[in-house]
Design a protein around this ligand. Structure first.
Ligand code: FAD
Length: 473
């Protein structure tokens, strides 16, 4: 299948029907659906494993998800896919009270909104306003919002200041933003923040545990979905195969890695927006596509898990959900199974401004700082972890950060349409291209399914190339 990368005019039938670039959940879903449609596919993955932003590890005998973990109501496509491949779910532990360390004080609370003194009214005002404005931004078409230009010209942070949000409201939104986008409020286009909130069903749907996007996780781990999809692909999947170049004509594409070159009727590029820029396209992509790849960089979100003999915080009626206005860990979850005799598993997120310093520390120092954050919330027992692991997504060569792309001010109105708009036979997938649940695993699956349908539609149309090569359709 090796050919000169610049050779596009072909005299024989294409090697496969569709090439998929990237074996994250989105690319794997696209390939899986295309094979169900009867298409011949080749999947090229740059890394030595599949899954992209979903990955797993075992620590002290306990399975943990290093990337995408939680799922919730309305995330119908990832839930259906998990059911299809036989991966099961369990409820995130929520019994008991949550805890917050705020302005040097330690408080317990129930529900999503923590007690932040008199500012609680202002927090509610900001939340209601964000939800109301978000509903005016059409899902999948943020630039069509009535105030799109004005909102894209400013950041979430500048809007908060303009709205006279209290420092408590600003700090709570910063925590939500670090967890959701891996960035600080001043780094994200306000229009993008509103669009993201709307397409995730509103702030409660996006941030809540029970009834929201953190309601459940997978018994076998989210990575198991990717692993099972990959197993079904067999030899169609090539690992350690970064795609370097895509040549396209009106009739077909040629996709070139370091090792081989494959022709196809279409290519589905299922990599994060900024990584599109590492692939050479001939002819060059339209300017808006090239600019988009430069102006939609990834956020920075890292994860750390500590494992304990027992979930000792549950003895004290604590849920394991905690918030802190200091770092490096600013939000925690109990990621362990139900039952007091099971091992205890605390998950902490380190993102945005905190990740910039913490990601660069040596492993022992990262561990010490995370356990110290856990101890601030749950007491000195949190220092006695039997196991510890962390994952710095900003250090991954083929992910470039996480959890999702973050356009800054001015990058949405001119460039958002380039996310999913096909360029001839070059089709786009990846969670950032989804109209619902973009940034989540569900968005990745939705985008993969949409791209598979687009590719199938292209395959159904005979080309002049078919006549020359004698392919019957
Ligand atoms: C810390 C963290 C926590 C998260 N938590 C959640 C959560 O709780 N719930 C949730 O729903 N989502 C969560 N997410 C987001 C979720 O993981 C992602 O939305 C989803 O996994 C993205 O899938 P994808 O296929 O679109 O992209 P990716 O997973 O990034 O896949 C892209 C693939 O393309 C490959 N690639 C890149 N360039 C090339 C190239 N040139 N050639 C070949 N291959 C290439 C990459 O190696 C990668 O495998 C989280 C993410 C992170 C990082």
């Amino acid at each position: 299948m090796t050919a000169s990368p610049s050779t596009v005019a072909e005299s024989s039938a294409p090697d496969v029907d569709v090439v998929v670039v990237g074996a994250g959940l989105s690319g794997l879903t696209a390939a899986h659906r295309l094979r169900q449609f009867g298409a011949r596919v080749a999947v090229f993955e740059a890394d030595d494993r599949v899954g992209g932003r979903v990955s797993s590890a075992e620590v002290a005998g306990v399975h943990v998800d290093l990337g995408g973990t939680f799922v919730g109501p309305g995330q119908d496509r990832v839930l259906a896919l998990a059911d299809e491949v036989g991966v099961t779910r369990f409820a995130t532990y929520t019994a008991g009270q949550n805890v917050i360390r705020w302005r040097g004080q330690h408080r317990r609370y129930r529900g999503t909104v923590p007690p932040v003194g008199a500012s609680i009214v202002d927090v509610a005002r900001i939340q209601l306003t964000l939800d109301r404005l978000a509903r005016t931004v059409p899902c999948g078409r943020p630039a069509a919002a009535g105030q799109a230009a004005q909102w894209d010209a400013e950041s979430l942070g500048s809007w908060l200041r303009r709205s006279h949000a209290s420092s408590a409201a600003r700090d709570l939104i910063a925590i939500a933003g670090r967890t959701t986008w891996g960035c600080e409020p001043d780094e994200i286009s306000f229009l993008h923040a509103l669009h993201y909130i709307h397409q995730a069903g509103g702030l409660s749907s996006m941030l809540d545990t029970a009834g929201g996007a953190q309601e459940e996780h997978f018994v076998e781990g989210s990575y198991e979905i990717a692993r099972r999809l990959a197993a079904g692909l067999g030899e169609a999947l090539r690992l350690r195969a970064p795609v370097r170049r895509i040549d396209a004509t009106a009739d077909r594409v040629r996709v070139t890695t370091d090792h081989e070159s494959v022709s196809a009727r279409a290519v589905v590029v299922a990599v994060p927006p900024s990584l599109r820029g590492r692939i050479a396209f001939a002819p060059a992509l339209p300017p808006a596509h090239t600019q988009m790849a430069q102006r939609w960089p990834a956020g920075v979100l890292s994860k750390a898990y500590a494992v304990y003999d027992r979930p000792f915080w549950r003895d004290r009626d604590l849920s394991g959900q905690g918030l802190s206005d200091t770092g490096p860990v600013f939000i925690t979850f109990d990621a362990g199974p139900a039952g007091l005799d099971a091992p205890g598993v605390l998950l902490g997120f380190v993102g945005g401004v905190y990740a910039r310093e913490w990601d660069d520390l040596p492993p022992a120092e990262r561990r010490a700082r995370v356990l110290s954050s856990f101890a601030d919330l749950y007491g000195p027992k949190a220092l006695d972890a039997t196991g510890y692991i962390d994952q710095r997504w900003g250090a991954e060569p083929w992910v470039a950060g996480g959890p999702t792309a973050v356009p800054g001010p001015g990058a949405v109105v001119p460039y958002a349409s380039a996310l999913a708009e096909p360029v001839g036979r070059v089709l786009w997938a990846g969670t950032e291209t989804a109209k619902r649940w973009t940034g989540f695993m569900d968005g990745a699956v939705r985008a993969g399914e949409r791209a598979a349908l687009q590719a199938q539609a292209l395959l159904a149309v005979p080309t002049t190339d078919d006549e020359q090569t004698g392919v019957a359709r």
